[in-house]
Design a protein around this ligand. Structure first.
Ligand code: VGL
Ligand code: ZN
Length: 203
């Protein structure tokens, strides 16, 4: 069983949003094309309480994109984004949602960030995604979404560590930083992830 994991396709991560990923809106049409080719489609949603500790606004005197610390872990300080119940946290309106069987929300604990859809950044708490996938007989996961160098990357790392075969749909993910993405790509390739394109999968 092969699952498509749609990572954080939310308004705040596309142009016009508070943490816009360049070209992020272009991923939506690809995500829609891909969905019918999978036996299972699952989505993740970045879902922070107001005042979350990853927000620069929660650190007096600090600016977005500076490096800081959160409860002993290094933390990039982000603009406020994906606050629970706000329009920025909603899925992009063009995303076809009817095939999405489950949505895993993350980043809800104000004291720790959670890039991966599987675990928080300290690997302390699981979202239950790995067990859910195993329960559905999934052996391979295909990742698409935002941002390629953060939440898609860390979800791919955890998926590998959890024993899934990992396919990164390269054109269906966009990065915050090109340099960050190159590092992430090299790392994932060394760990056994495969890079594929939407065209190969829908052919
Ligand atoms: C993300 C930064 C902060 C992401 C989420 O979805 O890649 N990046 N929160
Ligand atoms: Zn976030």
């Amino acid at each position: 069983m092969q699952a498509l994991l749609l990572i954080d396709l939310q308004n705040d991560f596309v142009p016009g949003g508070s943490l816009a990923v360049p070209g992020g809106d272009a991923v939506v049409a690809l995500a829609n094309q891909l969905q019918p080719h999978f036996g299972l489609v699952v989505a993740t949603q970045d879902w922070h309480p107001a005042g979350h500790g990853s927000f620069a606004s929660a650190h007096p005197g600090r600016q977005p994109f500076e490096q800081g610390e959160l409860n002993g872990l290094p933390q990039t300080l982000w603009p406020d984004h994906c606050v629970q119940g706000t329009p920025g946290a909603e899925f992009v309106s063009g995303l076809d949602q009817h095939r999405i069987e489950a949505i895993f929300r993350k980043g809800t604990d104000p004291g720790i960030d959670s890039y991966s859809g599987f675990f928080d950044n300290g690997h302390r708490k699981s979202t239950g995604l790995a067990d859910y996938l195993r329960g559905r007989g999934v052996t391979a996961v295909y990742l698409a979404g935002l941002a390629a160098d953060f939440c898609v990357y860390f979800s791919a790392l955890d998926a590998l560590q959890q024993g899934f075969q990992v396919f990164f749909i390269e054109d269906a993910a966009r990065a915050i930083s090109p340099e960050g993405y190159q590092q992430a790509r090299t790392d994932l390739e060394q760990r056994g992830a495969q890079f594929v394109t939407t065209a190969e999968l829908v052919a």
